[in-house]
Design a binder for this molecule. Structure first.
Ligand SMILES: [Zn+2]
Length: 294
């Protein structure tokens, strides 16, 4: 006969859960596209429907655009990018061991933003020095575009653009304006499949105070998110090269039926893909400029 907990036992369990549950926490991006469906969300705006996004590989490869940025020395960009990548890599999940995720570095690539089905790709970081191609140029710091398989949630490609045309980026610990390492660390969290956390101390929190460097350092909430998305026992091999191969310039020809974006792959062996875009926005707050990620 199945055992059914008595009412007092349920009460104790519920009370313990209510005490233990955090008031806020991390949130993962999912396949539910609010442009196409009503996505069920919790009270903090975290999507409850759709499959959570994650890379299948244990170490997706990132490429820096060879153009760099004229606003920050190339060696400094290298140092800051490496530090931001390391922040999310091989995190300790406690007793089970390290998370089965680490960013890998690939050769520079001048590919633009987006994913090309059946063709080589690159996950790029690029700087927009002259003009910002998205809405909200005045209050946008960065923008990450994630392309994923709508059937499985597998991330196929991620590209991050930094708005260096509008914002004075800095990399040091003094005279900080818009801290590049904070921006990149946050955006790399989006690139690995995380949405915004309701924890105001987290790197993945939706706002950034001008002059702050705190987003450089992950909090336990950020670590919990990675450990859920990439548990130590996942058994994922380290395959940094994109599934269709790596491209240094994305000049290869597209097949005639390539629909790109959210088009369904009729007759194609590759899965349909969709795009999630997450931007880092600035809003005025008490005389300071704060960053908010939409
Ligand atoms: Zn964001």
């Amino acid at each position: 006969m199945a055992r059914v907990p008595s009412i007092p036992a349920w009460s104790v369990a519920l009370a313990a859960w209510l005490v233990a549950a955090p008031a806020w926490g991390f949130c993962r991006s999912t396949t539910c596209d609010p442009r196409k469906a009503d996505c069920l969300r919790d009270e903090e705006g975290c999507k409850l429907t759709g499959l959570p996004l994650a890379w299948r590989t244990g170490c997706p490869g990132l490429s820096l655009s060879p153009r760099g940025t004229r606003n920050v020395d190339a060696a400094e960009v290298e140092r800051v990018l490496s530090a931001s990548m390391a922040s999310w890599s091989a995190l300790s999940c406690g007793e089970p061991g390290a998370a089965s995720f680490a960013w890998a570095r690939l050769a520079p690539s001048s590919c633009g933003v987006g994913y090309r089905r059946e063709l080589p790709n690159a996950n790029v970081l690029l700087f927009r020095d002259d003009a910002w191609p998205h809405p909200g140029a005045e209050n946008t710091l960065a923008f990450t575009t994630v392309t994923y398989d709508v059937a499985t949630g597998e991330i196929l490609d991620s590209d991050t653009e930094v708005n260096a045309a509008q914002n004075p980026l800095t990399t040091g610990d003094v005279g900080v304006k818009f801290d590049l390492q904070s921006i990149l660390t946050h955006e790399l969290g989006h690139a690995l499949g995380l949405s915004h956390s309701a924890d105001p101390t987290a790197t993945m929190y939706a706002t950034y105070d001008r002059g702050a460097t705190s987003l450089r350092t992950l909090t336990p909430d950020d670590v919990d998110a990675v450990c859920e998305a990439y548990p130590p026992d996942r058994g994922a091999p380290c395959l940094p090269t994109p599934a269709n191969g790596f491209s240094a310039d994305c000049t290869e020809s597209a097949p005639p039926d390539d629909g790109g974006g959210c088009a369904l792959g009729h007759g194609s062996p590759t899965p349909p893909a969709c795009v999630a875009c997450l931007a880092l926005l600035l809003v005025a707050s008490r005389g300071r400029r704060r960053g908010r990620h939409a």
